[in-house]
Design a protein around this ligand. Structure first.
Ligand SMILES: [Cu+2]
Length: 287
């Protein structure tokens, strides 16, 4: 997962400030903007507060893994609350039912007590008749508030699949999402994915100690593979699956996958053979 570059931004901001202190305003508020280099994805106004959601790379919510930074502004004096307690719940309102998606907790970052960080894995986009909203419940200055806002979740602009929601052969519904690489190179790349099972429409939990077999192919070039790939295995520290993805050239790659449970039983996906060019479980990337 991405390392937040807040420290560097602070440093740059500090240099900027020291060189233009002639206005004589020593008030600390708004002098440093730790999220200045990030994209404001949405701004939710309610209860005299402004909830700001930022992304380092994206300009909107997309299907797949969304790393997000959240802070809460008191609109009365334009200051940000320190150490807000925030929970969130995205819900998709479909024609026949409502459901949520995998989320992390929102934890205050080490660098800034006004900035919380977490992620959401949207498993499907909204459409004309079906939409997502997100509810924030938060405590600032000792008081609890809540707000629900409709949000736009779209497929990524390049159309590539980085998340899969599927039923395993064990009759369990899973969500598998690619976290890395975000910047693939002609090299052996680190690959990281999150695996959740759907406990209920509104609740998802991490799946531990499974594995994800990886077979990257270039369908446009005789479906050739690459050497030195490593299957993804569970990393308890990050609660994610990590492996090695070898990309020998630029272009379109299909990352064919198989999900295996802790006893090695295949729950989803197929081997690539002469007769079978692709697995039913896969990610895509193009670079
Ligand atoms: Cu849905």
């Amino acid at each position: 997962m991405k390392t937040i570059k807040l420290g560097l931004i602070t440093f740059i901001a500090a240099i900027g400030l020291s060189s233009c202190s002639s206005d004589g305003d020593d008030s600390p508020k708004n002098e440093i903007d730790p999220l200045a280099e990030f994209n404001l994805v949405t701004n939710i106004t309610a209860n005299g507060h402004s909830l700001e959601l930022y992304s380092e790379e994206k300009t909107g919510f997309t299907t797949g893994y969304n790393e997000l930074f959240v802070r809460i502004k008191n609109t009365a004096d334009d200051t940000y609350y320190a150490n807000p307690e925030i929970t969130w719940l995205p819900v998709m309102h479909m024609m026949s039912m409502n459901h949520s998606c995998p989320i992390s907790e929102l934890n205050i970052t080490d660098d800034y007590d006004t900035v919380a960080k977490g992620y959401i894995v949207f498993q499907m986009p909204g459409n004309a008749d079906e939409f997502w909203d997100i509810t924030f419940t938060y405590t600032v200055a000792g008081q609890e508030f809540s707000v629900t806002e409709t949000i736009d979740v779209t497929a990524p602009s390049d159309g590539k699949q980085t998340v899969s929601s599927f039923m395993g052969s064990d009759e369990t519904r899973y969500v598998l999402a690619m976290v890395e690489p975000t910047d693939p190179e002609v090299a052996v790349n680190d690959i990281e994915a999150l695996l959740y099972k759907m406990d209920s429409m509104m609740s998802f939990s991490h799946v531990e100690n499974y594995s994800v077999a990886l077979d990257p192919r270039m369908p446009g070039m005789g479906n050739h593979s690459s050497p030195n790939n490593e299957d993804l295995t569970y990393d308890a520290a990050s609660k994610s699956y990590k492996g090695k993805l070898s990309l020998t050239m630029t272009g379109y790659w299909k990352l064919n996958l198989k999900l295996l449970n802790s006893t090695g039983e295949v729950l989803k996906g197929e081997d690539i053979t002469e007769e079978n060019e692709a697995s039913s479980l896969y990610f895509e990337l193009e670079f």
